[in-house]
Design a protein around this ligand. Structure first.
Ligand code: ADP
Length: 670
């Protein structure tokens, strides 16, 4: 079978194909001599010579007579030697459509010149075929689909923006070109036909930029396009078409129309080259800016982390080499303490900023008490102000509704940040005031204003617009060697924004600053009955605590703090051992469990769950306190979900540990 097929000569194949054409000529491009290869009876009837010296002038002079008068001028303009050669060089083909008069009625024909190289001589084949049926169908199609003159005028006007517009019947695949620009015409693609998707794929495989071909062919096929259209109503795709050697960005948009004439696809392609180039430039610019920002961030980080680390290591060495000089040791320990504290707040700020920037910061709304927040802020900041001999005052007389629905931790963080700044940037003897006010908005919604006023160094006009940007600090604060990172206010502003509030600042250099935060919050109770602040102190001596911790240093620190208060500490090196100890000693032996989270063999979550699952009520109520360096809200939630009572973030100070233990053990004993 194969042999038999191979024996069919190429010329018989060519002859079979030639029957689709009115005429086919074969031209030597070097000397322009031509010969007629085949001609149909109607064409023969025109009586034209079958060979000649110059095909282009032969066609221009002889065809003129047989071309439909309306198309003559356009034929002569386009079918010039110059145009044909340029098109052959750029695209490998030259095509044009016009009408010929074989009888009294004009017939639409398609002329196609294709370049070929044979035995190193450049040849071209010229064929003229009938596209009469398709074009008449197109006219009929236009008559039915563009019956309204306004509609077609509007469409024509809009079509000017497109390289090409096709109307396709998706069910049959029949298509016609509605409009096309001259440049698009030169690509030599069909103007009408059947099987739109496959024809387009074949054309695009030839015309599309190499880098976009695979993506185009992988997406632009009937089933996929139709399913997207049915889902979204439209389909768009951007790719580069090759106009000669020049890639041009285009955007193709297909829209599905359904009316009394049936379903139609309108497919328009337009030139978006300039826009895409601008967009690509912008993306590159943004990518560069991002890299620069990341580099700046790392440079800042490395400097800001190294500074306190340097102090910690330096003073540790000093303390070690002066162990016989208590005053130097105590001074060194104080510096180590303040540098560690700074390092910790820096790390917390970095975590907050990275959460904010990746859009992952979430607020935890829950009932909270502004009265408690004010009390805690007073506790923290009164000490700070006292250390600096500042006069600090708190006023919230006009606040009536203290119980609100909000994120308690974040409100506290915002206010502590601003007040700590006011204290930090205000010299001794001057004043810092916090005023809280409330105004009714509607129903049980109130607008709370928190005003922090200081009479400190103030902020320059030049720096003020940048005050809420990350890593910016005013030069004078760095010169005065006031410690800071320039992250606090960036975080503060972001949290306020997340809460739907506003933050503003007024300042005059040398006179002071005023920060105002406004938050609209939902009040939960009509009037606040201020609770007496309870004294949490509770004697823990004699209590027995199980410390489940794999890290020896951390275990030693916790052990030393706890034994100082007369607490009995037993240690388990991982969750598995902890679980066994709790089970072995049974009811009432331990007063509480301090549970690390990340441990080998069995982690803290699993150990807590297994303790809760043990048989007996005592295991359900035994206080289990997570002690973990994973301090994100999700981590805290996970601890609670595993059955633990509360969470203490590492590193902690002794006071925090004792407070938590006192509260939990007292609750348990109640
Ligand atoms: P940090 O205090 O860690 O440097 P912040 O983001 O909290 O960072 O503040 C940014 C800068 O704004 C500070 O470095 C300081 O120059 C200026 N600033 C903030 N609050 C005040 C204030 N109350 N008075 C004067 N300057 C302030």
């Amino acid at each position: 079978m194969e042999n038999e097929l191979l024996s069919v000569s190429q010329s018989s194949i060519a002859q079979a194909l030639a029957t689709d054409y009115f005429c086919i000529y074969y031209v030597n491009v070097q000397n322009n001599k031509f010969i007629e290869y085949s001609a149909s009876p109607e064409y023969k009837a025109l009586g034209l010579p079958t060979t000649g010296d110059d095909l282009i002038s032969f066609a221009r002079t002889n065809f003129e007579e047989f071309i439909y008068p309306d198309d003559r001028e356009r034929f002569l303009e386009r079918f010039s030697k110059e145009n044909v050669l340029r098109s052959l060089d750029q695209f490998g083909t030259f095509t044009m459509t016009f009408r010929m008069m074989f009888s009294a009625e004009p017939t639409y024909v398609h002329l196609k010149v294709t370049r070929m190289i044979e035995k190193e001589v450049r040849h071209a084949v010229i064929g003229i075929s009938s596209i009469d049926e398709q074009m008449k169908a197109k006219e009929a199609f236009e008559r039915t689909h563009h019956a309204s003159i306004t509609y077609s005028k509007v469409a024509q006007a809009l079509a000017g923006d497109f390289f090409s517009i096709y109307v396709v019947e998706p069910d049959t695949g029949r298509f016609i070109e509605y409009s096309a620009t001259k440049e698009y015409d030169r690509l030599g693609v069909e103007k009408a036909g059947e099987d739109f998707f496959n024809i387009s794929r074949t054309n695009m495989a030839r015309l599309i930029c190499d880098d976009d071909r695979e993506r185009f062919l992988g997406t632009f096929y009937k089933e996929k396009v139709m399913s997207i259209l049915e889902r979204d109503g439209s389909f768009t795709m951007k790719y580069r078409l090759m106009f000669g050697n020049t890639p041009v960005w285009v955007s193709m948009k297909a829209t599905l129309l359904e009316d009394e004439n049936g379903r139609h696809l309108i497919i328009g392609t337009n030139n978006i080259d300039a826009q895409m180039k601008r967009e690509i430039e912008y993306q590159q610019h943004m990518a560069e800016a991002k890299t620069n920002a990341r580099n700046d961030f790392l440079a800042n980080m490395s400097h800001d982390i190294r500074t306190p680390m340097n102090a910690i290591i330096g003073y540790t060495n000093i303390a070690r080499s002066h162990s016989d000089d208590p005053e130097t040791v105590s001074n060194a320990l104080e510096k180590i303490g303040s540098s560690s504290h700074f390092l910790l707040s820096l790390i917390n700020d970095i975590l907050d900023i990275s959460k904010i920037e990746s859009g992952k910061m979430q607020l935890n709304y829950a009932p909270c008490d502004l009265g408690d927040i004010f009390r805690r802020i007073e506790d923290i900041t009164t000490l700070q102000a006292k250390d600096k001999s500042l006069l600090i005052s708190y006023r919230h007389d006009s606040v009536q509704h203290f119980k609100v629905n909000s994120d308690e931790l974040r409100i506290e963080q915002v206010l502590v940040n601003i007040i700590s700044n006011a204290i930090k940037y205000t010299p001794a003897g001057k004043t810092v005031d916090l005023i809280a006010e409330e105004k009714h908005v509607k129903d049980n919604w109130y607008s709370y204003r928190f005003i922090v006023k200081d009479t400190g160094i103030g902020i320059s006009e030049k720096y003020l617009p940048h005050i809420f940007e990350s890593f910016t600090r005013e030069e004078k604060t760095t010169i005065n060697r006031i410690q800071g990172t320039g992250l606090g206010l960036a975080i503060t502003a972001k949290i306020v924004e997340l809460m739907g509030g506003t933050i503003s600042v007024k300042s005059r250099e040398g006179e002071g600053s005023e920060f105002v935060v406004e938050l609209e919050l939902e009040a939960l109770e009509k009037v606040h009955t201020e609770k007496d602040s309870q004294n949490h102190s509770f004697d823990l001596s004699g209590c027995r605590i199980l410390l489940v911790e794999d890290n020896d240093i951390n275990a030693e620190i916790a052990d030393m703090i706890l034994t100082q208060y007369g607490i009995d500490v037993e240690r388990a090196e991982n969750g598995q051992i902890g679980l066994e100890q709790v089970q072995r000693h049974g009811r009432g032996y331990y007063d509480a469990v301090l549970m690390d989270i990340q441990m080998p063999v069995m982690n803290g979550y699993e150990a807590a769950r297994k303790i809760r699952d043990l048989e007996g009520e005592c295991y359900k109520t035994l206080p289990i306190i997570a002690m973990s360096a994973n301090a994100y809200d999700e981590d805290v939630k996970e601890c609670l979900a595993a059955g633990m009572n509360t969470h203490l973030a590492k590193p902690f100070n002794p006071g925090d540990l004792l407070n938590v233990l006192q509260a939990q053990i007292r609750n348990h004993l109640r």
